[in-house]
Write a protein that binds this ligand. Sequence first.
Ligand SMILES: Cc1cc2nc3c(=O)[nH]c(=O)nc-3n(C[C@H](O)[C@H](O)[C@H](O)COP(=O)(O)OP(=O)(O)OC[C@H]3O[C@@H](n4cnc5c(N)ncnc54)[C@H](O)[C@@H]3O)c2cc1C
Length: 81
Amino acid sequence: DGGLPSAYETSVAKLSCNLSGWEISNEALQAMGGYGYSTESLVEYCVKRTRGWMIAGGSIEVLKNRIAEDVFGRRFNQRAK
Ligand SMILES: Cc1cc2nc3c(=O)[nH]c(=O)nc-3n(C[C@H](O)[C@H](O)[C@H](O)COP(=O)(O)OP(=O)(O)OC[C@H]3O[C@@H](n4cnc5c(N)ncnc54)[C@H](O)[C@@H]3O)c2cc1C
């Protein structure tokens, strides 16, 4: 409150933006049919960008692991054994 956002809050915010951005742009592509898949359309750009940012800057899987740490109050090892 008044300071920097917590790791939990930023993880929830990025996960929410990533999932909603992907769902909306993917639905827009479907509604536009074949033209939505063309590089001429803004929708194609949005689909590619939103999908990429589900990996970049903290993938959705790793964000969920990070959120689970706050939900369960314990750390989860993010590295394969
Ligand atoms: C559009 C785009 C832009 C980028 N821009 C930059 C940039 O500007 N600077 C930069 O340094 N890098 C950038 N990257 C790279 C990005 O940071 C990495 O791709 C990202 O950190 C994931 O690492 P990785 O590709 O090695 O995948 P990996 O770590 O090999 O992951 C592969 C898959 O396994 C999943 N996974 C990994 N670990 C776990 C786990 N513990 N539990 C569950 N699932 C797991 C991941 O979620 C992913 O789906 C960019 C990537 C993209 C797609």
